[in-house]
Design a binder for this molecule. Structure first.
Ligand SMILES: Cc1cc2nc3c(=O)[nH]c(=O)nc-3n(C[C@H](O)[C@H](O)[C@H](O)COP(=O)(O)OP(=O)(O)OC[C@H]3O[C@@H](n4cnc5c(N)ncnc54)[C@H](O)[C@@H]3O)c2cc1C
Length: 502
C-alpha cells in the first residue's frame, strides 16, 4: 500500500478550504488542497461585498501582505427611490440617515440598530466556537454555551426579555413595530433575508439577520467592506497566503470519492482515477455532497443518510453582471454606495412569494455595486445580487430569461437609459450557481441558515462539531456552523477542532 505523502487533504479551495489549510499548515501539517475548478476561491467569485471576514483569518493569513487592500471598510447604502427621493444610511454604525424618512424614524432606527448590534455582539462568540454537543459528558462545550447565555443575561432583565421576544418574531413585524418609512423598512428587510430562503414575514427571520450583523470588517461589527479588485481579489490573497504557508494547491483536481478502508477515511479518488492518500480528509464542500456523493450511503448509518437527504438547501439568490459602456445615473445617487432596490418590506415579501412556487418575481429586489465608481482604472461593470430567484423552475431557460428581463425593467425604473449602456449581460440563477460552484441549490450558505439548521443542528445533529461520521473525515464548509459568507470561519473552526482532537 502506498504511504500517504500528506498529513491532510482538503477538498475545495473556497474561503473555508483555504482558511483551514493555512491553519493546519502553520501548525506543521503537510497539506494538499484539491480544487475542482481551474482557479481557487469558490463562491468568492460570486460575492461582491465583505460582511464577515473572520478577523482571525485576516490576521493569521497576513492578507494585507498577500495583496488585500480595502477600497472601503464601511460602505454606505443608498435605498433607491424611483422619484429620486433616496434614503442614505451611513456612519460608523450605519445609523446616520439622510433623505427620505421621517425624524421619528431617524431616532427609532438609531435605537433599533444599536440594540440589534448589541444582541448580535452577545451572540457573536458562538461563531468562533465549536457548537456544543448536547450529550452527557459534553462538559466544556456546554460551559462555553452557558457563558454566552450569561452574557445575554447580563444585558439586564428587560433587554434579555427583549432579545427573547425579537428572536421569536419575524423581520416584518419587528420593523413594523418600530419604523414607518417604507424605504427604510425595505432595505432592512432586504438585508435580513439576503442569502436565505425566507421572506420578511417568514418565522424566525431575525436570528439569521443577527448572525449577519455579528460579522465584522476590519474589526468593526455590522459594516460592509469592498476590497480593491473586488471579492475575487480577496480570494486571490487567501490563495497566495496558503501557498506561502507551504500548502500544495492543485486546481482542476475534482474529487469524486472519499476512500474508506477499515471504516476510516484514508484518501480520495479524483475524476482522472488518481488516488491520493492521507490520514485525515477535511471536506470544505457542502456537507450533503460530501456525505451522500463522496462517502456514499453504504458507509453511513441509515438515520444519517436520511437526515442528509432532508437537509434543506434552497437558494433564492441570483447574480447579475452587466458590462457597461459608462456609469449609469441612478437619479443622482452616490454611485460609490451599495445601492439597494427594495421599495418597502412588502416589495421584498412580494418578490419572495412566486419563488415558493418555482416562478420568477415581476419586481425582484437587489443590491448593486459599481466598482468603477471607486476605482477609475476598473472597467464599468454593474454587479447585482438579486432576490428572489427560483432554484428549481419547470423551465430553466425560460426562468433565466424572465429573471433577466425583470431585473432590467427594475433597473430601468431607477436608472432610466441603463439598458442602452449594456454591452454584455449575464445572470446566474441558483441552478446555474449549483452547476458552476457546486453550492447545492445555489444556496448562499451551502445549506439554509434557518433556525432548525443552526448551531448544534448544523449541518446535522451528530456531525455538528466538524468531525465527520467516519474517523479521519472532517467537515469544514459554509454548510457547517456558523454558515456562509466569505468568512473562512467554519474552515478555521474545523482546523481548530481537528487540532484539539489530537
Ligand atoms: C449569488 C451569491 C452571492 C453571494 N455574495 C456574497 C457576498 O457578497 N459576500 C459574501 O461574503 N458572501 C457571498 N455569498 C456567499 C459565499 O459565496 C459563500 O457562502 C462562500 O463562498 C462559502 O465558502 P466555502 O469555502 O464554504 O465554499 P465555496 O466557496 O463554495 O467553495 C467550495 C470549493 O470547492 C470546490 N469543489 C466543489 N466540489 C468539489 C470536488 N468534488 N472536488 C474538488 N473541489 C470541489 C468548488 O469549486 C469551490 O471552489 C454569495 C453567495 C451566492 C450564492
Amino acid at each position: 500500500m502506498p504511504m500517504p505523502s500528506y498529513d491532510v487533504i482538503v477538498i475545495g479551495a473556497g474561503p473555508n478550504g483555504l482558511a483551514a489549510a493555512h491553519r493546519l499548515a502553520s501548525r506543521g501539517a503537510k497539506v494538499l488542497v484539491l480544487e475542482g475548478a481551474n482557479t481557487p476561491g469558490g463562491g468568492a467569485g460570486l460575492a461582491h461585498l465583505s460582511y464577515n471576514l473572520d478577523a482571525r483569518v485576516e490576521a493569521a493569513m497576513n492578507l494585507r501582505d498577500h495583496g488585500l487592500r480595502w477600497m472601503s471598510t464601511n460602505l454606505a447604502t443608498t435605498a433607491l427611490s424611483a422619484d429620486g427621493m433616496h434614503l442614505r444610511l451611513e456612519g460608523a454604525l450605519g445609523d446616520r440617515l439622510t433623505g427620505n424618512c421621517s425624524d421619528a424614524d431617524h431616532i427609532a432606527w438609531a435605537q433599533l440598530r444599536r440594540r440589534l448590534l448589541r444582541f448580535a455582539a452577545v451572540l457573536s462568540p458562538l461563531n468562533q466556537m465549536t457548537p456544543p454537543r448536547i450529550a452527557r459528558k459534553a462538559g466544556n462545550h456546554l460551559l462555553q454555551l452557558a457563558k454566552v447565555g450569561l452574557r445575554a443575561r447580563m444585558l439586564g432583565a428587560s433587554e434579555f426579555r427583549e432579545l427573547g421576544r425579537i428572536l421569536l418574531t419575524n423581520v416584518h413585524d419587528l420593523l413594523d413595530d418600530e419604523l414607518t418609512s417604507p424605504l427604510l423598512k425595505g432595505v432592512l428587510a432586504f438585508d435580513a433575508t439576503l442569502g436565505g430562503w425566507l421572506g420578511p414575514r417568514s418565522p424566525n427571520t431575525v436570528l439569521p439577520w443577527l448572525v449577519r450583523l455579528s460579522g465584522q470588517t476590519a474589526g468593526v461589527q455590522g459594516v460592509l467592506g469592498l476590497p480593491k479588485g473586488g471579492m475575487p481579489a480577496l480570494a486571490a490573497a487567501l490563495a497566495r497566503s496558503v501557498e506561502a504557508a507551504g500548502v500544495t494547491l492543485r486546481c482542476n483536481a475534482r474529487v469524486i470519492r472519499i476512500m474508506i478502508e477499515a471504516e476510516r477515511a484514508v484518501g480520495v479518488t479524483l475524476t482522472s482515477g488518481e488516488e491520493v492518500r492521507a490520514p485525515r480528509i477535511l471536506s470544505a464542500i457542502a456537507p450533503a455532497v460530501t456525505l451522500l456523493d463522496l462517502v456514499g450511503p453504504r458507509h453511513l448509518d441509515t438515520g444519517l443518510t436520511t437526515r442528509a437527504r432532508q437537509l434543506k438547501a434552497r437558494g433564492g439568490t441570483a447574480k447579475l453582471d452587466l458590462t457597461l459602456r459608462a456609469l449609469p445615473d441612478f437619479r443622482g445617487a452616490n454611485l460609490k454606495d451599495r445601492l439597494v432596490i427594495a421599495g418597502s418590506e412588502h416589495a421584498v415579501e412580494t418578490a419572495f412569494n412566486p419563488v415558493k412556487y418555482g416562478r420568477t418575481p415581476d419586481r425582484p429586489v437587489m443590491e448593486i455595486v459599481l466598482p468603477s465608481a471607486h476605482d477609475p482604472e476598473a472597467p464599468h461593470h454593474l454587479s447585482a445580487i438579486v432576490q428572489f430567484a427560483p432554484h428549481a423552475p419547470a423551465d430553466r431557460d425560460a426562468a433565466r430569461q424572465a429573471m433577466l428581463a425583470a431585473c432590467m425593467a427594475q433597473l430601468e425604473t431607477q436608472a432610466p437609459g441603463i439598458g442602452a449602456l449594456v454591452q454584455r449581460a449575464e445572470i446566474l440563477m441558483p441552478f446555474d450557481i449549483e452547476d458552476r460552484y457546486g453550492l447545492p441549490g445555489g444556496q448562499w450558505h451551502a445549506g439554509e441558515l434557518s433556525v432548525e439548521q443552526m448551531l448544534f443542528l448544523r449541518p446535522l445533529p451528530g456531525v455538528a462539531q466538524y468531525r465527520g461520521p467516519i474517523p479521519g473525515l472532517w467537515l469544514a464548509s459554509a454548510g457547517c456552523h456558523p454558515g456562509g459568507g466569505v468568512s473562512g470561519t467554519p474552515g478555521w473552526n474545523a482546523a481548530l477542532a481537528m487540532e484539539a482532537a489530537e
